[in-house]
Ligand binder design. Sequence first.
Ligand code: 3HC
Length: 308
Amino acid sequence: MELSETQLSEHFEATIARQGRIEPRDWMPDGYRKTMIRQIAQHAHSEIIGMQPEGNWITRAPSLRRKAILLAKVQDEAGHGMYLYAAAETLGTDRADLTERLIDGRQKYSSIFNYPTLSYADVGVIGWLVDGAAICNQVPLCRSSYGPYARAMVRICKEESFHQRQGYELLLTMMRGSDAQKAMVQESVNRFWWPSLMMFGPPDAQSPNTERSMAWGIKRHTNDDLRQRFVDMTAPQADRLGVTLPDDKLRWNEARGHHDFGEVDWAEFKAVVGGAGPCNADRIARRQAAHDAGSWVREAAMAHAAKH
Ligand code: 3HC
């Protein structure tokens, strides 16, 4: 029996209301499909572009052990990108088209990856802060209403916790080292702290998508809530490491039961998201070059598929 559009829409809303899962073959509003493609594709792009900053240190890791750990982590990020492109394709998109949208700027990737990795301590700080922020943001996405996305998140979050721990352990080792190593870690934290807070997106009041995404069960918490959760989780870790987070307004507020912290530089955020970050052009140029260099593989695979 054919259901009417109204009945289909009512069934969708009832599924969302009972925190059920929307699956690829289910009816869904065009806006839901569009938002899911946007968020999943940009998440995938972030994973792929995110390989560049850390990849920069693979050949210069200080020991075979550190090199092996970093190789494993960067490889994981590639895998995360592939899962997420596969999840996006269940919505009727095609990763070739998504890659084109990334390269020509019609789709975004996380601003954090537009900052340079200037010292080896950045490898630890990215693991600790960037993957730490990713975990804060991604664990709730394991309960996202779109089935393939939520299931991809479960696997990704397990690997993210390894990423965060290896970064923290690397920094703990350096903070037990020489004064020069300790200074290298502090200098890296000073560069990455505020850009890590920008990963959670603009303030809720300036977010055009959050309200809708919360109503559709895509997001389970707002940008500001997750940012606060990350600050509360990270501040005590910084104390244990013996580093200072570069925010003189950061302090525990007993009455709130949270840390107060300073204002993010939203002009910097807008500039970096808009393409004016330190590494935006370089990241896209590298992505374009890798895509071009891999064209023979795609052609060979297509030719093989066409013959069989
Ligand atoms: N960098 C770039 N763009 C950003 C951004 C950031 N840090 N924060 C927000 N934006 C963009 C949004 O994409 C949106 O633009 P669009 O409408 O053209 O897509 C605009 O700014 C407004 O932001 P909103 O908060 O309204 O948008 P969302 O509701 O989509 O929230 C988000 C943004 C919190 C990033 C959300 O999309 C999300 O949770 N995405 C999934 C997680 C993700 O993509 N993380 C990126 C990092 S991946 C990573 O860390 C890998 C790890 O291995 C290190």
